[in-house]
Design a protein around this ligand. Structure first.
Ligand SMILES: *[C@@H]1O[C@H](CO)[C@@H](O)[C@H](O)[C@H]1NC(C)=O
Ligand SMILES: *[C@@H]1O[C@H](CO)[C@@H](O)[C@H](O)[C@H]1NC(C)=O
Ligand SMILES: *[C@@H]1O[C@H](CO)[C@@H](O)[C@H](O)[C@H]1NC(C)=O
Ligand SMILES: *[C@@H]1O[C@H](CO)[C@@H](O)[C@H](O)[C@H]1NC(C)=O
Ligand SMILES: *[C@@H]1O[C@H](CO)[C@@H](O)[C@H](O)[C@H]1NC(C)=O
Length: 341
């Protein structure tokens, strides 16, 4: 695709050697603006040279080599730039007149408001109150020259740009651009069912990860590679997914059942990050390894089978949290690019 575009550009450039182009429609990168030889700024007004009353200035630009422009028959052309039209009214002059001679209305005469100037002259600037107001209005550039021009600001001083909300500005309705979360109603409504919960089986379950229930009995996957059933206060191992191991921290040998869920027939589907996906008969404790971590899937061995979900037709969905790192090296998985699926 890139090649095609480059070819089209080359071809278009080739065409332009023999024809003349409307240089105002050139794309970025095909011209330089302003022409580096041109001195853009008028030192008197400190605005673009030749700024018109329409606040536009024609700036000479240079088309790339080989492009000939329609208007000039060579590579120079003019582009309209936005600028501030000035008509000789200096900001510092207006402000100083306002501060020192505002009571005689000289600032208003200077800026071209003779009526207000006269009124100020005869009332001593509305007894100095109007003078104070005018100082503020001029200092904040709310009042400018009467002819609509901009102040000449020394050294590109901080000219104020007033932005107004008009037809051409668009006001975003905050309601429209925010997706509010769904209201917490029905099943999602707040309740206090956990308020009276108490700790259960404290000290007798080590590292419980996942729970599932069947026919009124609760099952949990725990550290050491076991899935247990829980009756009253009794915890009974029903299956061990990994191999016999001496210490629980030898996870890679012991196995470490994580997510589990019953299918419709009461078989327990369990994910073990080191050994894969198992189907367990909870009565006999028999296990079948449905998916082994030794087998590559799409080029990668699963490294952290983590969660399972059983569909109503018996299909099993499971997540593989990493194809780069084992669970025991999970910290690296957190620090590196994601490789889960
Ligand atoms: C390009 O053409 C314009 C007028 O057609 C002329 O004023 C200008 O000097 C020319 N520039 C060059 C670089 O030849
Ligand atoms: C804004 O829109 C109204 C009606 O659509 C139009 O009459 C008016 O001229 C517009 N104003 C500007 C500044 O475009
Ligand atoms: C459910 O549990 C009861 C006893 O609590 C037992 O009699 C029954 O056979 C169990 N059903 C299944 C399907 O395991
Ligand atoms: C829990 O598992 C043990 C061992 O498999 C079994 O004897 C016991 O009946 C189970 N308890 C329940 C309530 O299923
Ligand atoms: C449940 O058992 C029936 C009959 O043995 C079998 O046809 C079906 O495939 C089983 N369903 C699942 C989800 O294992």
């Amino acid at each position: 695709m890139k090649n095609i575009i480059i070819h089209i550009i080359l071809f278009a450039t080739f065409l332009c050697v023999t024809c003349e182009t409307d240089c105002n429609s050139l794309l970025m990168g095909q011209y330089i603006c302003p022409n580096p030889e041109y001195d853009l700024i008028d030192p008197k007004t400190q605005q673009l040279k030749g700024c018109t009353k329409e606040k536009k200035s024609k700036v000479p630009c240079l088309a790339a080599e080989g492009i000939t422009c329609l208007e000039s028959h060579n590579s120079t052309f003019y582009k309209d730039f936005d600028c501030k039209w000035t008509n000789g009214y200096h900001f510092d002059t207006a402000l100083l007149l306002s501060i020192f001679f505002g009571m005689f209305g000289l600032d208003r005469f200077y800026l071209g408001y003779p009526a207000i100037g006269l009124a100020k002259f005869f009332t001593l600037g509305f007894m100095f109150l109007g003078q104070l107001i005018d100082i503020i209005l001029i200092a904040t550039q709310v009042v400018g020259p009467a002819d609509g021009s901009s102040y000449v600001m020394p050294f590109f001083g901080p000219a104020v740009e007033v932005i107004r909300s008009t037809n051409s500005t668009f006001r975003l309705n905050p309601e429209e651009c925010v997706d509010y979360p769904k209201p917490l109603e029905g099943k999602l409504s707040l309740n206090n069912k956990l308020e009276y919960s108490e700790k259960w089986l404290k000290g007798s379950l080590y590292g419980p990860e996942s729970f599932a229930s069947w026919n009124g009995t609760l099952y949990a996957s725990i550290h050491g590679g076991y899935v247990v059933n829980i009756t009253g206060n009794k915890v009974v191992p029903i299956v061990k997914l990994g191999k016999p191991c001496e210490e629980d921290f030898e996870e890679k040998i012991c196995g470490r059942p994580l997510g589990m869920q019953f299918d419709k027939n009461g078989s327990l589907i369990v994910a073990d990050p080191y050994y894969g996906i198992f189907k367990v008969n909870i009565q006999s404790g028999k296990k079948i390894n449905l998916v082994s971590t030794d087998i590559e899937i799409n080029g990668y061995k699963p490294k952290i089978p983590n969660s399972v979900a059983v569909a109503s037709n018996g299909d099993i969905f499971w997540t593989d949290s990493s194809t780069d790192f084992l669970l025991q090296d999970g910290i690296y998985a957190v620090l590196s690019d994601g490789s889960g699926r």
